[in-house]
Design a binder for this molecule. Structure first.
Ligand SMILES: Nc1ncnc2c1ncn2[C@@H]1O[C@H](COP(=O)(O)OP(=O)(O)O)[C@@H](O)[C@H]1O
Ligand SMILES: [Mg+2]
Length: 296
């Protein structure tokens, strides 16, 4: 596999096929891909939100994702687990094209969202990033009030009417399970919130622009155990309305959160299975070594 730079238009026709052998636990939800070449195809069955096909991502010559094929269902809570450097962040970035912003990177394969190739022609990348929101390890809080933080995205999208903004802010803060703690201090500077509250505010900011998919990249790495549990509980609320992708290096967190767990190592998807299965009977020795703490 070379590392030629593939333009977004070409990416849609590169290496779409190849069923993934040796991927235990993976066959569930696989869709036919033989005709999935070209942009704008609509191959995925309706309950598949994201369909990743032979996705390769390069930083210069470094192949950080080595042909990933997997599906993510609507309203699924999927945990991407793996040690540092396994390609978790790269995978998230390639789902909303944040990787485009890094010089010297290239991508091949396909990412279909609702059956449409996000690397195909005519994709509105700003709109894509609204639909697929991202929460980072450190809270992303702007130096302004709690209210203005949440209203920032909607305002940028042209919403000015006060009553509507009020409603959006309240809904987003409620959905992030922060409303009760801040409803009497919406004009306070957001920097006065605790770390855990700031992370939930970051989630509220993502929710305020009405995404469809929420990706969280090690969102609790800076938090204490209580705040961590709050975020983990929040994930279960979010999945009622959104497709949620959690990244963690921590097997204990993946086990607590439940749902399907996809184990990544060195840019490969080693195996994917429901948490109850992967933590009791992993099929791959590498998964077993990781969850029993032999490396990582
Ligand atoms: N901006 C970058 N430039 C060059 N290499 C990178 C960059 N970001 C990540 N990498 C490399 O890509 C691989 C995967 O990294 P990453 O996706 O950040 O892994 P993880 O999130 O699982 O820790 C690593 O080898 C890492 O060094
Ligand atoms: Mg990372």
């Amino acid at each position: 596999m070379g590392n030629k730079v593939i333009s977004p238009g070409e990416a849609g026709v590169a290496q779409a096929g190849q069923a993934q052998d040796g991927q235990p636990g993976f066959s569930r939800g696989m869709v036919g891909i033989s005709n999935a070449r070209g942009a704008g195809t609509n191959q995925a069955p309706p309950d598949i939100k994201v369909s990743i096909r032979e996705l390769r991502f390069y930083y210069g010559k470094l192949e950080a994702l080595k042909g990933i094929t997997m599906d993510i269902r609507k309203n699924e809570l999927l945990t991407i687990m793996g040690p540092s450097g396994s390609g978790k962040t790269t995978l998230l970035r390639s789902l909303n094209r944040l990787g485009d912003l890094i010089a010297g990177t290239s991508v091949s394969g396909q990412v279909l969202v609702d059956g449409k190739d996000i690397y195909g022609p005519g994709v509105d990348v700003a709109e894509l990033r609204r639909r697929i929101g991202m929460v980072f390890a450190l809270p992303v809080v702007l130096p302004m009030s709690i209210y203005d933080n949440v209203a920032y995205g909607p305002r940028k999208r042209g919403i000015k009417r006060r009553a509507l903004l009020d409603e959006i802010v309240e809904q987003a803060l409620r959905a992030a399970i922060l409303w009760d703690e801040v409803k009497d201090r919406l004009r306070d500077h957001a920097g006065r919130l605790s770390g855990g509250q700031q992370q939930r505010l970051s989630i509220a900011r993502v929710l305020a622009v009405q995404p469809e998919i929420i990706m969280l990249d090690e969102p609790t790495s800076g938090l204490d155990p209580i705040s961590t549990l709050r975020i983990e509980e929040l994930l279960h609320e979010l999945v009622e309305r959104y497709t949620v992708i959690l990244v963690t290096h921590n097997p204990l967190q993946a086990a607590r959160v439940g749902g399907d767990v996809a184990f990544f190592l060195l840019g490969e998807l080693v195996e994917r299975a429901p948490a109850g299965v992967i933590f009791t009977s992993p099929r791959d020795k590498r998964t077993e070594d990781y969850i029993t703490g032999k490396f990582g």
